[in-house]
Design a protein around this ligand. Structure first.
Ligand SMILES: [Zn+2]
Length: 283
């Protein structure tokens, strides 16, 4: 079964974990590493002959427009990660619409195609910001991958469906591809283990991730989605001073990410979110 491969294209200083240490106004003071890291990812994908969906931050697209064109030229799906990486539930509807519209326009101008897939910064579509789905529909998006169906300290909708589904809203409908969780049972209670990527990708051994994806494919007959960031394959990135938890989450196992990705890629088949949803006939 085809699984979705997704990359959130932003740089090491833009992650939410560092938002208290680094102000948006100061982003231009940090050396960009995203172009070189994403180029390495593009080569890795070519090696495996995989296509992927790249959720690109508008701010990044403006500074390295050639990178967006290159991702598109190599046959990958260009998708939108907003402009300034602000949490949706923190900025409210008007600022969200402005942010997403700005990013979509920049990306479409660069790749010459409609950009119809969206992922929220830090999965910030939660039960308090479901209005964002109406705005996405109104702004021309047909696919979203922003809802993490887990308990987490900053995001998540623990009761949301675990696999692709169509959400009906007042503004219309949008296909949601939730981030993959593996269901564990302990007595009568169910626990959802995120195996989709990011910090979990770096925390869990490759064999567990491969096993989890295979079980989801075979037993539940559903596709998984894997996500990571270009900075996660870059152990030499500048160190940012931040709290203990943020530091642990950000710098854990950076040196091992690429070899882990190679093992996961060798064990499965991956493509764009669009291709996987078409295969599943969800949209
Ligand atoms: Zn992000």
């Amino acid at each position: 079964m085809l699984n979705a491969l997704t990359i959130d294209v932003e740089d090491y200083f833009q992650v939410n974990a560092f938002a208290r240490s680094i102000r948006y106004e100061d982003w231009d003071n940090y050396p960009l590493r995203v172009e070189a890291n994403t180029s390495r990812i593009l080569d890795l994908l070519d090696e495996f002959d995989f296509k992927a969906t790249f959720y690109i931050l508008g701010w990044i697209a403006e500074r390295v427009p050639g990178l967006v064109r290159e991702i598109s030229r190599r046959g990958h799906e260009i998708a939108c990660h907003g402009y300034a990486h602000q949490l949706i539930f923190a900025i409210g509807p008007d600022a969200f619409r402005e942010d997403v519209r700005r990013a979509k326009r920049i990306l479409e101008d660069l790749c010459g195609e409609q950009v119809c897939s969206y992922r929220a910064p830090s999965y910030s579509i939660t039960k308090n910001s479901l209005w964002a789905l109406d705005i996405l529909i109104e702004e021309g998006f047909v696919r979203d991958s922003s809802i993490f169906p887990v308990y987490h300290d900053t995001y998540g909708m623990p009761d949301a469906p675990r696999f692709p589904y169509v959400i009906q809203r007042q503004a219309g409908s949008i296909t949601e591809f939730p981030l993959t969780t593996y269901r564990l049972h302990a007595g009568k209670s169910e626990y959802r283990l995120p195996i989709a990527g990011g910090g979990y990708l770096r925390l869990l051994p490759a064999q567990i991730l491969i096993w989890g994806i295979e079980r989801i494919n075979r037993q539940e007959n559903q596709p998984a989605v894997l996500y990571f960031h270009p900075w996660e394959i870059d152990p030499d990135q500048p160190r940012i001073k931040a709290g203990l938890k943020s530091t642990f989450r950000h710098y854990l196992n950076l040196r091992k990410t690429e070899s882990k990705l190679r093992k996961i890629f060798a064990a499965g088949r991956f493509s764009t979110m669009k291709a996987v949803l078409q295969q599943q006939s969800v949209q």
